[in-house]
Every structure is written in C-alpha cells, then in structure tokens.
Design a protein around this ligand. Structure first.
Ligand SMILES: [Zn+2]
Length: 140
C-alpha cells in the first residue's frame, strides 16, 4: 500500500498499536510505500482463499494480514492524521471521511495479495464482516 501526507513514524506507531508491522517501507515519489505483516502472536492472520491443508483447513499465508488488520491500521493512521491519503490494492482513500464512508464496500473483494474476505482469516471478526457485506449488497 502507499501513503501520502503522513510521517513514517505515524505509520510505525499505527502498525504497532494494532499488532501488525511495517515491511519493505520505501519512498516512492512523494508517497511512502510499504506492506503490513503479522507479528507474533498473530492477531490478524490471513488464510488463502483457495489452498487447503490436508486437514481441510484453509492454509495460512505466512505473514499476510487480513482485511480487518488493514482496516484497523488505516483507522489508527487516520485517527492521528485525518488528512492522510492511503491507497491500497482495492481503494484510494483521501482522508478519514472518505475512508469511513466507503471502506466497507471492499469487504467482498480480494485480490489474494494483501486483502481478503473475512471468511479467510483468523482474527475473529469474520461475522462482523459478513454482516457488513450483506448490508453493502442490499444497498445496491
Ligand atoms: Zn480478519
């Protein structure tokens, strides 16, 4: 993901506050590019949407952070800097208002890379995600 109008120290603190970590942080023009990774113990672990273990469980993707973890991180950034811009694989948020109004619509999407469905994670927020997905679908 990428962020603008935000200091790297804010990103590090936001990550730490929600239990994930920054990975491969680098400058990209005026943006800061980075990935989020899980820390131990894993709170926001993401599982593969396709690959199952022999036991039939969806395989955990090492280090991958789920949809809820990304959401928690972005909320923590916007709490400190409401004017930040954060771009993910699924959306481009210009400030906290746009984020809160639109981010739930990405719940049913996933590119298998850094965001995924709530059903493919370990964080325990899957039920909440299903609920918000239904709400978004009904609105269309
Ligand atoms: Zn999750």
């Amino acid at each position: 993901m990428q962020a603008w109008n935000v200091d790297p120290s804010i990103l590090y603190r936001a990550a730490e506050s929600v239990g994930v970590r920054m990975d491969n942080l680098r400058k990209q023009g005026r943006a800061i590019a980075f990935r989020l990774k899980t820390t131990l113990p894993v709170r926001y672990g993401r599982r593969s949407q396709q690959v199952r273990t022999k036991a039939g469980e969806l395989r955990r993707v090492p280090g991958a952070v789920c949809w809820h973890g990304h959401r928690a991180f972005m909320r923590a950034v916007f709490a400190v800097n409401p004017e930040a811009r954060i771009k993910t694989a699924l959306a481009d948020y210009h400030g906290v208002h746009q984020f809160e109004e639109t981010h739930s619509a990405t719940a049913g999407q996933g590119n298998g890379y850094n965001l995924a469905y709530g059903s493919a994670c370990d964080c325990g927020a899957a039920e909440e995600l299903r609920t918000s997905t239904v709400r978004v679908t009904t609105r269309r």
